[in-house]
Design a binder for this molecule. Structure first.
Ligand SMILES: [Zn+2]
Length: 320
């Protein structure tokens, strides 16, 4: 067994905004604005001009992360994303970062989306910090950790979508579009002919492809995402017939709303990872505002990370 820390929560798919029209070509040297801590407040608030509720969220995030916040806005980015990078010994937030792609038609929306991701920890939603990789899967550790990060991001969308609407934004502007998939039919046919197909990596990959598309329908991306989800399921089931049952239960869990219940998220996120045959998170951490912690010790304007005690779960479950 090998223990690996998380590599950060990124939005490699959902916040991609490539392909959106720009009014005119932008020279690549323009707009490489990078800011840290207090200096990020000005540009962030400027991007949310006329959006008092979104500004209020931004103020919360700025106050919570303090010096740890890194903000980068540029026309040359190909997508917007967020990342929370933890450090260990002692545990803490190394940095929390937002990259905002400029030049799209949803700048305020994309920034608010990423701010809501960063705020989740402050609302009592823990983040997965450590995964145990069985020895037979160590070869694939980097791939698996990458999938964990994407699953975490997608599940968080369940937690932040309503808050996004509450800021006054339209639902179809929560995600950048379009979220396309590869040629699943060609991939399935290739895999079917390959004697070296790693099923322990392949099954979670197909489930993740489904998960990339299906929840997006719930988050304003429209029927096109449903079509891609159906395609991933159809062709994935050709390779792994048991995928239909797994995705049925995954849908039940997401639709139940249990992920949105504070305190329940670690259990149900791990259950979903199990269904995808991905290793469970074995450690979860809470992130709190430093000045909101008891004990009187100063955190130097940085957030405080607290490891959640591992509770053995012994409840009866309704899903699979
Ligand atoms: Zn996101």
């Amino acid at each position: 067994m090998e223990s690996l820390g998380r590599s950060g929560l990124i939005d490699p798919y959902q916040d991609r905004t490539s392909g959106e029209p720009r009014e005119r070509p932008i020279p690549s040297w323009w707009g490489n604005g990078q800011y840290g801590g207090d200096a990020a407040a000005g540009p962030i608030m400027d991007r949310l001009s006329g959006r008092p509720k979104a500004r209020s969220i931004a103020a919360e995030v700025l106050a919570s992360y303090g010096d740890c916040l890194r903000y980068h806005e540029s026309f040359t980015l190909t997508s917007s994303l967020y990342e929370i990078r933890l450090q260990h010994d002692p545990i803490g937030v190394k940095y929390a970062r937002i990259d905002l792609q400029l030049g799209t038609n949803r700048t305020a929306e994309a920034l608010s989306h990423e701010l809501l991701h960063l705020r989740l920890g402050m609302l009592g939603n823990p983040i997965g910090d450590e995964v145990w990789i069985p020895a037979k899967l160590v070869l694939y550790a980097n791939h698996l950790m990458g999938m964990h990060a994407i699953v975490g991001n997608l599940l968080q969308h369940e937690l932040i979508f309503d808050a996004f609407l509450d800021l006054g934004f339209e639902k179809d502007r929560f995600l950048a579009r379009p979220t396309l998939g590869p040629d699943y039919g060609a991939i399935a046919l290739d895999l079917g002919r390959s004697p070296d197909y790693p099923e322990e990596l392949g099954f979670p990959w197909w489930c993740l492809e489904y998960l990339r598309h299906w929840p997006s329908m719930r988050h304003g991306a429209g029927e096109q995402s449903g079509g891609w989800a159906d395609r991933a399921l159809y062709w994935g089931s050709k390779v792994h017939p048991e995928m239909a049952e797994a995705t049925d239960t995954m849908r039940d869990i997401v639709e139940s709303g249990l992920l949105r219940t504070v305190g329940e998220y670690p259990h149900w996120a791990n259950r979903l990872l199990e269904l995808m045959r991905l290793p469970n998170y074995t450690r979860w951490v809470d992130i709190r505002r430093g000045d909101a912690c008891s004990g009187g010790a100063s955190s130097g304007g940085r957030p405080v990370v607290m490891v959640r005690a591992n509770r053995r779960e012994s409840r009866s479950e309704g899903f699979g």
